[in-house]
Design a protein around this ligand. Structure first.
Ligand code: DGY
Length: 326
Protein backbone atom coordinates (compact mmCIF):
# COMPACT_ATOMS: atom_id res chain seq x y z
CA UNK A 1 0.00 0.00 0.00
CA UNK A 2 1.42 3.38 -0.86
CA UNK A 3 2.30 5.67 2.04
CA UNK A 4 2.59 9.44 2.01
CA UNK A 5 6.10 10.65 1.25
CA UNK A 6 8.07 12.63 3.81
CA UNK A 7 11.09 14.34 2.27
CA UNK A 8 13.93 15.37 4.56
CA UNK A 9 16.56 17.74 3.19
CA UNK A 10 19.37 16.81 5.63
CA UNK A 11 20.81 14.11 7.84
CA UNK A 12 19.25 14.51 11.31
CA UNK A 13 21.03 14.20 14.67
CA UNK A 14 21.59 10.53 15.56
CA UNK A 15 18.56 9.67 17.72
CA UNK A 16 16.13 11.62 15.55
CA UNK A 17 17.67 9.97 12.50
CA UNK A 18 16.97 6.55 14.03
CA UNK A 19 13.40 7.56 14.75
CA UNK A 20 13.01 8.69 11.15
CA UNK A 21 14.28 5.35 9.91
CA UNK A 22 11.72 3.52 12.05
CA UNK A 23 8.79 5.41 10.58
CA UNK A 24 8.51 3.02 7.64
CA UNK A 25 4.96 1.86 8.40
CA UNK A 26 3.50 5.36 8.51
CA UNK A 27 5.35 7.21 5.78
CA UNK A 28 7.81 6.66 3.00
CA UNK A 29 10.86 8.61 4.04
CA UNK A 30 13.01 10.07 1.29
CA UNK A 31 16.05 11.86 2.50
CA UNK A 32 19.10 13.73 1.32
CA UNK A 33 21.35 12.15 3.94
CA UNK A 34 24.08 14.73 4.15
CA UNK A 35 25.21 17.63 6.32
CA UNK A 36 25.17 19.81 3.21
CA UNK A 37 22.08 20.94 1.36
CA UNK A 38 21.07 20.02 -2.17
CA UNK A 39 21.54 22.40 -5.07
CA UNK A 40 18.33 24.26 -5.91
CA UNK A 41 17.46 22.28 -9.05
CA UNK A 42 18.08 18.99 -7.32
CA UNK A 43 15.97 20.08 -4.35
CA UNK A 44 13.12 21.00 -6.68
CA UNK A 45 13.36 17.59 -8.30
CA UNK A 46 13.63 15.66 -5.01
CA UNK A 47 10.59 17.21 -3.30
CA UNK A 48 8.25 16.05 -6.06
CA UNK A 49 5.39 14.04 -4.59
CA UNK A 50 6.14 14.92 -0.95
CA UNK A 51 3.28 15.30 1.53
CA UNK A 52 5.62 16.70 4.11
CA UNK A 53 9.03 18.36 3.89
CA UNK A 54 11.47 18.65 6.78
CA UNK A 55 13.95 21.41 5.99
CA UNK A 56 16.49 23.74 7.60
CA UNK A 57 17.12 27.45 7.42
CA UNK A 58 19.43 27.11 4.41
CA UNK A 59 16.59 25.76 2.27
CA UNK A 60 14.61 28.48 0.55
CA UNK A 61 10.94 27.52 0.73
CA UNK A 62 8.93 29.52 -1.77
CA UNK A 63 6.12 29.21 -4.31
CA UNK A 64 8.45 27.44 -6.75
CA UNK A 65 9.29 24.75 -4.20
CA UNK A 66 5.66 24.30 -3.17
CA UNK A 67 4.70 23.92 -6.80
CA UNK A 68 7.54 21.50 -7.44
CA UNK A 69 6.33 19.33 -4.55
CA UNK A 70 2.81 19.16 -5.99
CA UNK A 71 -0.76 19.68 -4.78
CA UNK A 72 -0.62 16.85 -2.21
CA UNK A 73 1.89 18.81 -0.07
CA UNK A 74 0.38 19.38 3.40
CA UNK A 75 3.17 20.60 5.63
CA UNK A 76 6.62 22.16 5.68
CA UNK A 77 8.43 21.55 8.96
CA UNK A 78 11.57 23.56 9.53
CA UNK A 79 14.18 22.45 12.06
CA UNK A 80 14.52 26.01 13.36
CA UNK A 81 12.53 28.55 15.29
CA UNK A 82 13.22 31.24 12.68
CA UNK A 83 11.31 30.94 9.43
CA UNK A 84 12.58 33.90 7.43
CA UNK A 85 13.68 31.40 4.74
CA UNK A 86 10.03 30.52 4.14
CA UNK A 87 7.63 32.50 1.97
CA UNK A 88 4.69 32.22 4.35
CA UNK A 89 2.30 33.76 1.84
CA UNK A 90 3.16 31.06 -0.70
CA UNK A 91 2.34 28.35 1.85
CA UNK A 92 -0.85 30.07 2.92
CA UNK A 93 -2.06 30.44 -0.65
CA UNK A 94 -1.58 26.74 -1.26
CA UNK A 95 -3.06 25.71 2.11
CA UNK A 96 0.26 24.24 3.29
CA UNK A 97 0.98 24.31 7.04
CA UNK A 98 4.27 25.48 8.54
CA UNK A 99 5.80 23.92 11.65
CA UNK A 100 8.87 25.23 13.49
CA UNK A 101 10.77 24.56 16.73
CA UNK A 102 10.23 27.31 19.32
CA UNK A 103 11.06 26.81 22.99
CA UNK A 104 13.43 23.86 22.70
CA UNK A 105 16.40 26.00 21.62
CA UNK A 106 15.91 28.97 23.93
CA UNK A 107 18.52 27.95 26.51
CA UNK A 108 21.21 26.93 24.04
CA UNK A 109 20.82 30.12 22.02
CA UNK A 110 20.81 32.32 25.12
CA UNK A 111 23.96 30.52 26.32
CA UNK A 112 25.67 31.26 23.01
CA UNK A 113 24.66 34.92 23.29
CA UNK A 114 26.29 35.14 26.71
CA UNK A 115 29.35 33.31 25.39
CA UNK A 116 29.72 35.94 22.66
CA UNK A 117 29.16 38.80 25.10
CA UNK A 118 31.90 37.50 27.37
CA UNK A 119 34.25 36.76 24.47
CA UNK A 120 33.82 40.34 23.30
CA UNK A 121 34.15 41.92 26.75
CA UNK A 122 37.27 39.92 27.57
CA UNK A 123 38.80 40.32 24.11
CA UNK A 124 39.02 36.57 23.76
CA UNK A 125 39.67 36.66 20.03
CA UNK A 126 42.91 38.59 20.47
CA UNK A 127 43.87 36.46 23.47
CA UNK A 128 43.32 33.20 21.56
CA UNK A 129 45.49 34.49 18.75
CA UNK A 130 48.24 35.46 21.18
CA UNK A 131 48.09 32.06 22.85
CA UNK A 132 48.15 30.25 19.51
CA UNK A 133 51.19 32.25 18.44
CA UNK A 134 53.16 31.33 21.57
CA UNK A 135 56.27 33.43 22.18
CA UNK A 136 55.83 36.36 24.54
CA UNK A 137 52.13 35.79 25.08
CA UNK A 138 52.08 34.83 28.74
CA UNK A 139 50.72 36.72 31.72
CA UNK A 140 50.84 40.48 31.39
CA UNK A 141 49.62 43.17 33.77
CA UNK A 142 48.79 45.51 30.94
CA UNK A 143 48.25 43.66 27.67
CA UNK A 144 44.83 42.97 26.14
CA UNK A 145 42.72 44.13 29.07
CA UNK A 146 39.01 43.71 28.64
CA UNK A 147 35.93 45.10 30.32
CA UNK A 148 34.23 43.78 33.44
CA UNK A 149 30.44 43.59 33.28
CA UNK A 150 29.13 45.39 36.33
CA UNK A 151 27.09 48.47 36.96
CA UNK A 152 26.18 48.91 33.34
CA UNK A 153 23.17 49.05 31.07
CA UNK A 154 22.06 46.03 29.07
CA UNK A 155 20.04 46.64 25.92
CA UNK A 156 18.03 43.83 24.34
CA UNK A 157 16.50 44.16 20.91
CA UNK A 158 13.52 41.80 21.00
CA UNK A 159 12.28 40.54 24.36
CA UNK A 160 10.90 37.21 23.22
CA UNK A 161 11.80 33.83 24.70
CA UNK A 162 15.47 34.07 23.77
CA UNK A 163 15.85 37.75 24.66
CA UNK A 164 14.33 37.11 28.08
CA UNK A 165 16.59 34.11 28.68
CA UNK A 166 19.60 36.27 27.77
CA UNK A 167 18.57 38.89 30.33
CA UNK A 168 18.09 36.24 33.05
CA UNK A 169 21.58 34.94 32.40
CA UNK A 170 23.21 38.36 32.31
CA UNK A 171 21.54 39.97 35.33
CA UNK A 172 23.78 38.12 37.82
CA UNK A 173 26.78 39.87 36.23
CA UNK A 174 25.57 43.05 37.90
CA UNK A 175 23.84 45.04 35.16
CA UNK A 176 21.88 47.75 36.92
CA UNK A 177 19.53 48.70 34.07
CA UNK A 178 17.85 46.61 31.43
CA UNK A 179 16.32 48.30 28.41
CA UNK A 180 14.50 46.59 25.61
CA UNK A 181 13.23 47.66 22.23
CA UNK A 182 10.33 45.78 20.67
CA UNK A 183 7.37 46.65 18.45
CA UNK A 184 5.05 46.24 21.46
CA UNK A 185 5.71 46.32 25.21
CA UNK A 186 6.15 42.82 26.64
CA UNK A 187 4.65 43.66 30.02
CA UNK A 188 4.74 40.25 31.70
CA UNK A 189 8.29 39.37 30.69
CA UNK A 190 9.54 42.92 31.25
CA UNK A 191 8.07 43.06 34.73
CA UNK A 192 9.74 39.80 35.77
CA UNK A 193 13.10 41.06 34.49
CA UNK A 194 12.71 44.68 35.58
CA UNK A 195 13.24 45.69 31.98
CA UNK A 196 12.13 49.02 30.57
CA UNK A 197 10.55 49.42 27.14
CA UNK A 198 12.33 52.20 25.23
CA UNK A 199 12.82 53.32 21.64
CA UNK A 200 15.67 51.74 19.70
CA UNK A 201 17.37 55.15 19.67
CA UNK A 202 17.33 55.40 23.48
CA UNK A 203 18.51 51.83 23.81
CA UNK A 204 21.45 52.44 21.47
CA UNK A 205 22.46 55.66 23.17
CA UNK A 206 22.28 54.22 26.69
CA UNK A 207 23.48 50.61 26.49
CA UNK A 208 26.93 49.22 27.23
CA UNK A 209 26.01 45.81 25.86
CA UNK A 210 23.46 45.47 23.06
CA UNK A 211 22.14 41.99 22.23
CA UNK A 212 20.10 41.42 19.09
CA UNK A 213 17.47 38.75 19.79
CA UNK A 214 14.68 39.66 17.36
CA UNK A 215 13.34 37.75 14.36
CA UNK A 216 14.31 38.81 10.84
CA UNK A 217 11.45 40.48 9.00
CA UNK A 218 11.04 43.55 6.78
CA UNK A 219 11.09 45.81 9.88
CA UNK A 220 14.34 44.39 11.28
CA UNK A 221 16.29 43.91 8.05
CA UNK A 222 19.26 46.30 8.15
CA UNK A 223 18.08 47.72 11.51
CA UNK A 224 21.72 48.12 12.51
CA UNK A 225 23.07 50.44 9.83
CA UNK A 226 25.29 53.53 9.93
CA UNK A 227 22.67 55.60 11.79
CA UNK A 228 22.36 53.01 14.53
CA UNK A 229 26.12 52.70 14.96
CA UNK A 230 26.50 56.49 15.12
CA UNK A 231 24.15 56.48 18.14
CA UNK A 232 25.94 53.74 20.06
CA UNK A 233 28.48 54.26 22.80
CA UNK A 234 32.09 54.06 21.72
CA UNK A 235 32.67 51.52 24.47
CA UNK A 236 29.61 49.44 23.49
CA UNK A 237 29.63 45.77 22.60
CA UNK A 238 27.16 44.46 20.01
CA UNK A 239 26.12 40.80 20.01
CA UNK A 240 24.02 39.29 17.25
CA UNK A 241 22.69 35.77 17.74
CA UNK A 242 19.48 36.34 15.75
CA UNK A 243 19.92 36.70 11.98
CA UNK A 244 22.83 38.21 10.06
CA UNK A 245 20.68 40.47 7.91
CA UNK A 246 19.56 42.52 10.95
CA UNK A 247 23.05 44.06 10.75
CA UNK A 248 24.37 45.89 7.69
CA UNK A 249 27.84 44.33 7.49
CA UNK A 250 29.46 47.21 5.58
CA UNK A 251 28.18 49.70 8.14
CA UNK A 252 29.42 47.44 10.94
CA UNK A 253 32.87 47.21 9.43
CA UNK A 254 33.00 50.98 9.06
CA UNK A 255 31.85 51.42 12.68
CA UNK A 256 34.56 49.03 13.91
CA UNK A 257 37.25 50.70 11.79
CA UNK A 258 36.23 54.12 13.08
CA UNK A 259 35.95 52.82 16.64
CA UNK A 260 32.30 53.90 16.88
CA UNK A 261 31.75 50.74 18.93
CA UNK A 262 34.28 48.63 20.82
CA UNK A 263 33.49 45.14 19.58
CA UNK A 264 30.94 43.10 17.64
CA UNK A 265 30.35 39.42 18.29
CA UNK A 266 28.28 37.57 15.72
CA UNK A 267 26.88 34.07 15.59
CA UNK A 268 25.03 34.92 12.39
CA UNK A 269 26.17 36.62 9.20
CA UNK A 270 25.24 37.18 5.59
CA UNK A 271 26.25 35.00 3.89
CA UNK A 272 26.87 32.02 6.13
CA UNK A 273 29.66 31.24 6.22
CA UNK A 274 31.44 34.50 5.42
CA UNK A 275 34.04 33.90 2.70
CA UNK A 276 37.57 33.23 3.99
CA UNK A 277 39.47 36.46 4.46
CA UNK A 278 36.31 38.57 4.88
CA UNK A 279 37.31 41.74 6.79
CA UNK A 280 34.87 40.95 9.64
CA UNK A 281 36.64 37.60 10.14
CA UNK A 282 40.05 39.19 10.35
CA UNK A 283 39.06 42.32 12.27
CA UNK A 284 40.60 42.26 15.77
CA UNK A 285 37.41 43.73 17.23
CA UNK A 286 34.96 41.36 15.62
CA UNK A 287 34.32 37.82 16.85
CA UNK A 288 32.48 35.50 14.49
CA UNK A 289 31.03 32.08 15.22
CA UNK A 290 29.52 29.88 12.48
CA UNK A 291 25.85 29.93 13.61
CA UNK A 292 26.21 27.57 16.56
CA UNK A 293 23.45 29.17 18.67
CA UNK A 294 21.46 25.97 19.07
CA UNK A 295 24.30 23.53 18.44
CA UNK A 296 24.19 21.25 21.47
CA UNK A 297 23.43 17.52 21.30
CA UNK A 298 20.37 17.92 23.48
CA UNK A 299 18.94 20.91 21.69
CA UNK A 300 19.46 19.63 18.17
CA UNK A 301 17.86 16.32 19.12
CA UNK A 302 14.86 18.15 20.59
CA UNK A 303 14.58 20.39 17.51
CA UNK A 304 14.72 17.45 15.10
CA UNK A 305 12.16 15.48 17.12
CA UNK A 306 9.76 18.39 17.22
CA UNK A 307 10.22 18.84 13.48
CA UNK A 308 9.38 15.15 12.89
CA UNK A 309 6.28 15.52 15.11
CA UNK A 310 5.18 18.59 13.19
CA UNK A 311 5.70 16.86 9.85
CA UNK A 312 3.75 13.74 10.86
CA UNK A 313 0.95 15.79 12.41
CA UNK A 314 0.66 17.83 9.22
CA UNK A 315 0.70 14.80 6.95
CA UNK A 316 -1.99 13.01 8.99
CA UNK A 317 -4.14 16.15 9.47
CA UNK A 318 -3.59 16.40 13.24
CA UNK A 319 -2.96 19.72 15.01
CA UNK A 320 0.73 20.62 14.81
CA UNK A 321 2.69 20.79 18.09
CA UNK A 322 4.33 24.04 17.00
CA UNK A 323 2.60 25.77 14.14
CA UNK A 324 3.36 29.14 12.63
CA UNK A 325 0.22 31.26 12.15
CA UNK A 326 0.29 32.07 8.46
C1 DGY B 1 16.83 28.95 14.56
O1 DGY B 1 16.32 27.90 14.97
O2 DGY B 1 16.20 29.81 13.96
C2 DGY B 1 18.27 29.14 14.90
O3 DGY B 1 18.84 30.16 14.20
C3 DGY B 1 19.05 27.86 14.72
O4 DGY B 1 20.09 27.92 15.65
Amino acid sequence: MSRPVLFVTRELPEKAQQRLENLTEEVEVRQHRSEEGLGRQQLLAEVRGAWGIICVLDDTVDAELVQAAGPQLRVVSTVSVGYDHVDTQALKTQGVLLGHTPGVLTDATADTTVLLALMAARRAKEALERAANGGSSGFSLTRGLGTQFGEQTLGIVGLGRIGSAVVSRLLPFGFTRVLYAAPRPQDKRAHALNAQHVSLETLLESSDLVCICCPLNPQTTGLFGSQAFARMRRSAILVNSARGAVVDHDALLDALDRRLIAHAALDVTVPEPLPAGHPLLTHPHCTVLPHIGSATEQTRAAMANLAIDNALDGIFARPLKAKVDL
